[in-house]
Ligand binder design. Sequence first.
Ligand SMILES: *Cc1c(COP(=O)(O)O)cnc(C)c1O
Length: 821
Amino acid sequence: MSRPLSDHEKRKQISVRGLAGVENVTDLKNNFNRHLHFTLVKDRNVATKRDYYFALANTVRDHLIGRWIRTQQHYYEKDPKRVYYISLEFYMGRALQNTMVNLALENACDEAMYQVMNTPIGVRGGLSGGKHGRLSCFLDSMATLGLAAYGYGIRYEFGIFNQKIVSGWQVEEADDWLRYGNPWEKARPEYMRPVHFYGRTEHHPDGVKWVDTQVVLALPYDTPVPGYRNNVVNTMRLWSAKAPCEFRLQDFNVGGYVEAVLDKNLAENISRVIMGKELRLKQEYFVVAATLQDIIRRYKTSKFGSMEAVRTDLDGLPNKVAIQLNDTHPALAIPELMRVLVDEEMLTWENAWDICVRTCAYTNHTVLPEALERWPIDLFQQLLPRHLEIIYEINRRHLERVASLYPGDVDRMRRMSLIEEGGQKRVNMAHLCIVGSHAVNGVARIHSDILKATVFKDFYEMDPYKFQNKTNGITPRRWLVMCNPGLAEVIAERIGDDFIRDLDQLKKLIKFVNDDAFIRDVAKVKQENKMKFAVHLEEHYKVKINPNSMFDLQVKRIHEYKRQLLNCLHIITFYNPPRNLCVLLYIQAAPGYHTAKMIIRLITAIGEIVNNDPVVGDRLKVIFLENYRVTLAEKAIPAADLSEQISTAGTEASGTGNMKFMLNGALTIGTMDGANVEMAEEAGEDNLFIFGMRVDDVEAMDRKGYNALEYYNRIPELKQAIDQIAGGFFSPKQPDLFKDIVSLLMYHDRFKVFADYGDYIKCQEKVSALYKNAKEWTKKVIYNIAGCGKFSSDRTIAQYAREIWGMEPSLEKFPAPDEKR
Ligand SMILES: *Cc1c(COP(=O)(O)O)cnc(C)c1O
């Protein structure tokens, strides 16, 4: 056998990472040194790893600037329809590697860093900081498909918390991610916008005025979003809140507000943290109000045809602007757009409403009732009095229509109202979104069907044409090329590298299902990823795992419906007696969510017993990976053999973790829920491990009543596992530590863990048996990879574009800018 290649040599071989031309490398080296010197003001003696990271980030960022400006100029000149994706969940993150991949600079940077520092870009791993929401996939795809798209959100000063495990418990720390600055963002104080809160309304013959408000300023920060090798660079704009005292109000022609009560601290809190009730509603309005001002300004000032003029005719708005509401969080865009059109632009209500509905579309992400937003009227009345009036008027007209279509159906009117009566009156934000949008979509076929059949049934009956499905997807750039270059290369060797922007081409791998060399290559990459991950685990968690055991991962946030507890019971069952397996659970609880914290405590407690049991040895290990973030997910997912997607049927809208694992060569054990259903369809149901109740079964059980005790008394392994948890087997010092969890499972488990336990364990036994046959296992892996085409976010976004936004995606390249500086 030949000497194994070093990581550096391996990278050099890999064609999907771009070529490292000599000129390119020299240029990168010079610019890196220049940034270290002039931007960071450091020399080699005192530079830290962070300085090197920042110098490299600035070097790579320079390659974006020309393209960014050119793209925006192009949009200004051609005036295409623009789409605005508004979300309260954009997080900036890992821009460096993403930019290197999309600009084909990865190898050149590796080589440059190797020559400068004599290390293959060692600065990258530890200092990548930041987090990415799932929406980065959509932004990546929108840029790759050449769509004039903008992501709009809030620039949270403290993002998601950092999680630590201390004596088995989750402890949260504020994540001060901006402490060292962010080389990717550019503040744009010249585009600062005022946002109003509180005050009262005055009704005059010539219209309504919202007066005596308090003003907060929205300061935009722009981050470039490069497409994949097409020279497109779009913008993500995040708003930061500023108190107006540091600011010249006359610049904004907002006379009359100078006397407004200014509380600097209160104002700036809006973008400080993600929390609190009133604060949350403020954030929701803040992002929407600032964004709509931007949208309308851009609409009015865009050059159209050869004329450079100000557009005044707002009737054309829906032809030039699409607004996508990501969940109900930006729902206030609807009453805010109405307020702007009616109160400020003086359009008639009918005219304004027509524009609003044709412009807005709404994506629903969950059917769980606790996640559907309902804001108390009192809070609205105080914070947004004019918007409440507008919502009442929208509702009055909406209910008039319901009454005319369903005369005498009072109960239907009550169900469909935007205002929920009974106890505290509340605004139902999902109903507001449906009524104010021309399209409503779920995020997987089964989820969209459930919306139509249950929570939004009345609305579907009234306006069936509004309801659509857009099955989620993930970007193959981040979730294959970036995180698993070895697999990307093995695939590219067989079918070329066009699959990176056209994931359907993975179908071509079907012809290699019986090709021994390909099977061997795929298995080898997996084994290498597992070994690398095992080294990482040993370094960071001091647990030695056997890389030949099956890596069984459940990587997702903790939530009862995702049923981490079902996995716990599986672990305990496979411990009584010990069988070969290695379970890694990689999850995060929301702070303040007691049950989630108890679930984490249970997992760590099981780990303490299992991992230290000499009889078990290295056959079974249970590791809870702390501080869930994309950077760790990117290491873990390529190393997974088995992906746990075990939510109660009907509860997971789509899932995207399931797709990441599938694309990275893990097999799925899952229920017929969310996108799992379509994954089984694409890969062949035989190539997944499907178990448990279907949606129909769950509904039937709901009608007849779920009785956990029945299963407990009937299944001895289940009884043993529960008795161990209840009896303190896993918490000897505190035997009743898990009594709440036990009582949850036995008496008020909405997610019916025990009902699926038996079938789940049987299915896990099938998994273990197949895992012993490496060749048959890898064949199934290949079927799964070959079936991944549908789950590219490029497909998702192309469907949004054509079927909701009225835009046409294009793979055409923009001209490259002149790079010489
Ligand atoms: C993919 C991903 C998710 C979604 O995982 P699910 O299994 O679909 O719940 C959540 N958070 C991060 C950081 C992710 O990368």
